[in-house]
Design a binder for this molecule. Structure first.
Ligand code: PLP
Length: 390
């Protein structure tokens, strides 16, 4: 059986061996609690300080603006709920929030929760390519808009949003701007100096770091209150004994990702374009979801008429190619993609879509073998459904 080919890097990435090496001392000898005053504690504290500076440099921020969290999901929750908590201490709190219809559930479900608590949320539409409409944001902003939260890059389509422009428009209206950059970090340049966002979430396991650790950038001066109650860690913004090894791993992963960014994005873009050209040329009635929009270089979301995406993913898995339909899978059931629905695809089109996401271990021969296997799998699926309907 040949080695399986992993083409699901947007779901998660393997831990880079250098990242594991950087983490190991903090799982073994340097296991101290960073809050302890003895040498064990001091070593752990120094490691976190270094990691904080590395993350600040990764984002062009300063160390005091970085809050380590237990995941990208937690960073998203903390961003929105932390701003809301600070606003609720005001005499006349603003109660309007803006987001988009294609956000990750880590943002969407926080917004739904806040709606139940009396907030009004505007969900911005996207165009057929999956881009948030800048004009729609202009029209949605109000004098009582507290926060706008728009992702930097979409996990299913890879479509990159113009966050710098969206942040500027939000600021002009007096609102704060948060971006979920979980899928952008490590794939496209991300700088809070350039984009001027107020808050930004990221996650280690999407950039060859460990699972269960993330970070939230909070621009200095942003009104923000903690959501959990506990100790004074993370400058009283996120209590809990720090995941020292995880934080060290995140910083190492981010630093490596920055060093590899230019070379890897060019390499993956070439491979992705080769796959896309082959698919669109060789497979009749095949399409690219998100076509025409700027996308992260590693991601392609394809659609095939008359084919079930989930069946295709299962068939390709049996043949040694691991990819995804792109939609969230909970309790073993795949819900139809809210992202593709928001882009105006019909339920049938949504059902016929799959996501391919490449990464560091993807080689040119894997990309070619995959394109060939995909073509064969689509042909088989179509001939079966024709036979069934005959
Ligand atoms: N936001 C986006 C865009 C994601 O793709 C993900 C993970 O799939 C998350 C947030 C959540 O990150 P984590 O898995 O670290 O909770």
């Amino acid at each position: 059986m040949p080695t399986p080919v992993y083409l699901d890097y947007n779901a998660t990435t393997p831990l880079a061996s250098e990242v594991l090496e950087a983490m190991l001392p903090y799982l073994r000898d340097d296991f101290g609690n960073p809050s302890s005053i003895h040498q064990f504690g001091r070593r752990a504290r120094a490691a976190i300080l270094d990691a904080r500076e590395a993350m600040a440099s990764f984002l062009s921020a300063s160390g005091s603006e970085i809050v380590f969290t237990a995941s990208g999901t937690e960073a998203d929750n903390l961003a929105i709920l932390g701003v809301v908590a600070a606003e609720e201490e005001e005499a006349r709190p603003r109660k309007h929030l803006v987001t988009s219809t294609i956000e990750h559930h880590a943002v969407l479900n926080v917004m739904r929760h806040l709606e139940k608590r009396g907030f009004e949320v505007t969900y911005l539409p996207v165009d057929r390519s999956g881009r948030v409409l800048v004009e729609a944001l202009r029209g949605a902003l109000r004098s009582d808009t507290l926060l706008v939260s728009i992702m930097s890059a979409n996990n299913e389509t890879g479509v990159v949003q113009p966050c710098g422009e969206l942040a500027r428009i939000s600021h002009d209206a007096g609102a704060l701007f948060h971006t979920d950059a979980v899928q952008a970090c490590g794939k496209v340049p991300v700088s809070v100096e350039d984009s001027l966002v107020d808050l930004l979430s990221l996650s280690a396991h999407k950039l060859y770091g460990p699972k269960g650790v993330g970070a939230l950038y909070v621009r200095r001066g942003t009104p923000f209150k903690p959501v959990f109650r506990g100790g004074g860690q993370e400058r009283a913004r996120r209590p809990g004994t720090e995941n020292v090894a995880g934080i060290v791993g995140l910083a190492e992963a981010a630093t490596r990702a920055r060093g590899l960014l230019t070379g890897e994005s060019a390499r993956l873009l070439a491979l992705r374009e080769e796959i896309a050209a082959s698919v669109l040329r060789e497979i009749p009635a095949s399409y690219l979801n998100g076509e025409g929009a700027e996308r992260t270089p590693n991601t392609a979301n394809f659609r095939f008429d008359g084919v079930d995406g989930e069946d295709l993913v299962k068939k390709l898995d049996r043949e040694g190619f691991a990819l995804s339909t792109g939609a969230a899978c909970s309790a073993g059931a795949i819900a139809p993609s809210h992202v593709l629905i928001a882009m105006g695809l019909t339920p049938r089109e949504v059902q016929g879509s799959i996501r391919v996401s490449l990464g560091r271990a993807t080689r040119a021969e894997d990309a070619r073998a995959f394109a060939t296997a995909l073509r064969a799998a689509v042909e088989v699926a179509r001939s079966r459904s024709e036979a069934a309907s005959a």
